[in-house]
Write a new protein. Structure first.
Length: 494
């Protein structure tokens, strides 16, 4: 292959990468690489192609080769840094982005991506400075603007976050991530009319779709039209808690459609089966019957025109059958103290886990006071732990993980408790859906569904919200919970 043909192949590959054709780009570049194995540009472009193909190991090898052959190739450091960040190798990622900035101090992309790494390293001030520099260098840098908006929201500056997102959308009206994030802000602030509309933009962003597990079907998506004579398929999106929250709509939909089907995680099947007739609840391993329309469960609030004033079934919509209640009553034995269920951490894979989850050690202020130790029987509602069994036992928490195979099992345990204390995870949604008193522990910048400045939830009447007064301040939250629990015990003793 001569140099001109190689150059043509390289230019063609660059166009293919821009057009979302990474496999074609990879194939062409691989042929060029055989003729020019020491070309840093070809290695770099192959790395980009393999990133798009989700082949991170191969991409990393090509970025390494590009850097070895051209130690001053700033773009290679940036993209290797992004790859390392996505693999949670944050310190090496930071080193690569530092190097890129040293090589090219005017490269906005390097500052923006270093800001993303600094956010994950819990250095928001430095991240904010990097985003500001990226925006100064490139006022149209949507990545920096969107991530600066997220930082502003984290600090409680929702007005500035809104302005930054509006700026992105003025420049790029089709920016799905910015529109989705604007929807998130609107929902958080109680504007459900605008918020649910904007929140639909998640379906137009590849990364958001992958993260949420958005499913595609050839049938039309339900837009809220008349369902008479139609079969509607609902399908799960996002986590278990999201699905539990949206099960409340099943009775209304069942009354409107000829038939409602739901496709969801097997752990939720017994719960959904309470609300739909036999043969209408499916998991991904099962073949689906024919249906006319489909709808993600997280689109139901929009399709059902939900506002803060008309949320259905806030009093509760799930129940535990008598046999399950008796089973758990037998397991727990005679009740001698107040029974309180605990869920202090959710899935480590959750995007916001570092802000929403607690460590067992952080609960010590709640678990150790003499009054609470003597008057409370603590029960774990978690199926998975980041601590070992000895730590749980030392904290005085009864472990039920082996018996909690489905959310119906967890519901059975909750039915025998007096109170649930939980971080923002599926356990909290389940307690609320069962109408069980639940004290929800929230980070300073909570998920949109919990709103701002209120201690109750329009979604769950039995829930009380305990909010961080400052970012990261779990101590104040747990002090408030311990104080209220002690007061409740004192009243009961009178």
């Amino acid at each position: 292959m001569n140099q001109q043909l190689a150059l043509n192949k390289i230019n063609q590959a660059m166009q293919q990468l821009q057009q979302g054709q990474p496999a074609a780009a990879r194939d062409g570049l691989s042929r060029v690489l055989k003729a020019f194995p020491d070309s840093p540009e070809v290695h770099f472009l192959l790395g980009l192609a393999l990133v798009q193909l989700a082949q991170s190991k191969g991409a990393l090898a090509h970025f390494n080769s590009a850097i070895a052959l051209a130690p001053d190739l700033a773009e290679a450091y940036v993209n290797r840094g992004i790859l390392l960040k996505n693999q949670q190798q944050l310190k090496p990622a930071l080193q690569d982005l530092d190097r890129a900035i040293a090589l090219r101090p005017t490269m906005a992309e390097a500052y923006s991506n270093r800001g993303n790494v600094l956010v994950l390293l819990e250095q928001p001030e430095r991240a904010c400075a990097d985003f500001a520099t990226a925006i100064q260098l490139d006022p149209r840098n949507s990545d920096a603007l969107v991530n600066m908006a997220a930082l502003k929201a984290d600090s409680g500056d929702y007005a500035e976050a809104q302005l930054l997102l509006e700026r992105v959308l003025a420049l790029q009206p089709d920016d799905a991530l910015a529109r989705h994030n604007r929807g998130w802000l609107s929902l958080l602030q109680g504007d459900y009319t605008r918020g649910w509309q904007d929140y639909e933009a998640r379906k137009l962003d590849k990364q958001l779709c992958q993260r949420a597990g958005v499913q595609r079907f050839p049938q039309p998506e339900w837009q809220g039209e008349d369902l008479s004579g139609k079969t509607l398929l609902l399908h799960q999106e996002q986590g278990l808690g999201d699905a539990i929250q949206m099960l409340r709509y099943l009775p209304q939909l069942q009354a409107q459609a000829a038939r409602v089907l739901i496709l969801l995680n097997p752990a939720l099947s017994p719960l959904a089966s309470q609300l739909l007739p036999s043969g209408q609840v499916f998991t991904r391993r099962e073949a689906l019957p024919a249906f006319d329309l489909h709808c993600s469960v997280m689109s139901l609030p929009l399709r059902m025109a939900t506002t803060l004033d008309n949320i259905p079934a806030a009093q509760g919509y799930l129940a535990v059958d008598e046999a399950c209640q008796q089973h758990w009553a037998g397991l727990l034995g005679e009740k001698k103290r107040l029974r309180v269920g605990l869920a202090w951490s959710g899935s480590a894979k959750h995007l916001n886990d570092r802000k929403r989850s607690l460590t067992l050690a952080a609960l010590s202020g709640l678990l150790q006071p003499d009054l609470l130790q003597q008057a409370v029987e603590w029960h774990s509602l978690q199926r998975e732990y980041r601590e070992d069994a000895a730590e749980l036992a030392a904290a005085g928490i009864i472990d039920h993980a082996a018996q909690l195979q489905t959310m119906q099992d967890t519901a059975g345990l909750i039915s025998q408790l007096d109170l649930v204390i939980s971080v923002d995870t599926s356990v909290a949604h389940l307690a609320g859906a069962l109408g069980k008193p639940c004290w929800l522990l929230l980070p300073f910048n909570p998920d949109f569904r919990w709103g701002l400045g209120r201690s109750d939830s329009p979604w769950y009447a039995s829930m009380q919200l305990f909010r961080q007064p400052l970012p990261g301040d779990w101590a104040s939250v747990l002090d408030a919970v311990a104080g209220q629990l002690a007061a409740q015990l004192a009243r009961a003793a009178d």
